[in-house]
Design a protein around this ligand. Structure first.
Ligand code: IMP
Length: 183
């Protein structure tokens, strides 16, 4: 157990070992699929940076990376669907292969928006890689080429994911006691 003794954490849903094994598998697939291509990994802040850092070290071909910061308005345990770009990437992605790296796909609205945004910039391709997926909550159909671990419809924290700015440093993906967010 890592920092799972943080107040409000209920149980471990995805262990460090499961995350590491899936990350290794995805890194291997990405290295094979993008061999000989110019690949840019775009991590979605804030949550996606933890997975990006682990995933890029499992990729054995040359890659460049950048970070984009998005924020969605609304209540903090629900996605509102309105996406605002807080910080854009610096790299010109024209004719390059973009792989968007996310912590969790929930409604799919954030990634849908980001995919459309990158597609306006003349890339060779835009694909998606996420470590966690909650497909039961999807509001828009979205194709995830590199899908990580499917989780049930529960609010989770850790491994980059937060509740109200807390718990991002948990090494595992954990559920939160409802008493924390149902106030
Ligand atoms: P989507 O646009 O609904 O797919 O929202 C995706 C983003 O919402 C994720 O990248 C997270 O930052 C956040 N999010 C969705 N579900 C959870 C959760 O259970 N815990 C923490 N953040 C979440």
């Amino acid at each position: 157990m890592g920092a799972t003794n943080l107040k409000g954490v209920e149980k471990v849903l995805v262990s460090r070992e499961e995350i590491a094994a899936k990350t290794k598998e995805l890194g291997k697939r990405i290295s094979k699929d993008y061999e000989g291509k110019v690949l840019i990994l775009v991590g979605v802040l804030k949550g996606g940076f933890v997975f990006l850092a682990d995933l890029m070290r499992e990729i054995t071909i040359p890659v460049d990376m950048d970070l984009i910061s998005v924020s969605s308005y609304g209540a903090s345990t629900k996605s509102s669907g309105v996406v605002r770009i807080m910080k854009d990437i610096d790299i010109n992605v024209a004719k390059k292969h973009v792989l968007i790296i996310e912590d969790l796909v929930d409604t799919g609205l954030t990634l849908n928006h980001l995919k459309e945004l990158f597609n306006t910039r003349g890339p060779a391709s835009v694909k998606i890689c996420t470590i966690l997926d909650k497909p039961s909550r999807r509001k828009v159909e979205i194709n995830i080429e590199y899908e990580g671990i499917v989780i049930p419809d529960e609010f989770v924290v850790g491994y980059g994911l937060d509740y109200d700015g807390h718990y991002r440093n948990l090494p595992e993906v954990c559920t939160l006691s409802p008493s924390i967010y149902k106030k």
